[in-house]
Design a protein around this ligand. Sequence first.
Ligand SMILES: NC(=O)c1ccc[n+]([C@@H]2O[C@H](COP(=O)([O-])OP(=O)(O)OC[C@H]3O[C@@H](n4cnc5c(N)ncnc54)[C@H](OP(=O)(O)O)[C@@H]3O)[C@@H](O)[C@H]2O)c1
Length: 190
Amino acid sequence: MSNTNQSAGHRAETTTSERIGMIWAEAADGIIGAGGTMPWSLPEDLAHFKRTTIGHPVIMGRKTWESFPEKFRPLPGRTNIVITRDASLHGALRAAGAVPVGSTDQALKAARAAEGAEEIWVIGGGEIYAALADGAHLAIKTVINASPKGDTKAPALDSAWTKLLSDPDSGWLTAANGTEYRVEAWERKS
Ligand SMILES: NC(=O)c1ccc[n+]([C@@H]2O[C@H](COP(=O)([O-])OP(=O)(O)OC[C@H]3O[C@@H](n4cnc5c(N)ncnc54)[C@H](OP(=O)(O)O)[C@@H]3O)[C@@H](O)[C@H]2O)c1
């Protein structure tokens, strides 16, 4: 059985068993990045990110790949699919353990061929969330109670999206370093 929506550019034909999720952490005003990195330190969120995505392919933009320290990439236990328009980068990306692709459609194709493809995780950054949001079913966002300056924003979740849960229901969790945050799960209904 399949589900096709021609109006969404990247909503290629998907099987009903496939789930495409987006995962990010955002501060006030939807800020997710500043100067090529994340403008906060929240180890608890990195652990949550790993627990959520481990065993499944992850799709990211070239700038997000470059935002990871070399010793932490590729993200272990996941096929790391990196999107770039610059074909001259493909050899180095491949040598570094990534699966380089030239478009979002190629990224989805590579993800569907990877281990753990019943769940595909879009892990950023801003350009890639924006390009793939229409085809995603799930969004897991960590909301951080801080207002850093930044240059990259999370995708806006429009009225097609419904909040499934928030942890905690109200208020905040407090990280070991004092940062307040909560984790929300959203589902796209249409
Ligand atoms: N808070 C979070 O959860 C989170 C998560 C991820 C990233 N981030 C942050 O987000 C920032 C990076 O995000 P970003 O929006 O600047 O960059 P990005 O989305 O990571 O990567 C952008 C790059 O992806 C490639 N690309 C984008 N669309 C493409 C398309 N349709 N076809 C082919 N290639 C395409 C291009 O690479 P080429 O230029 O090589 O062609 C483009 O420069 C960093 O600050 C990072 O720390 C935050």
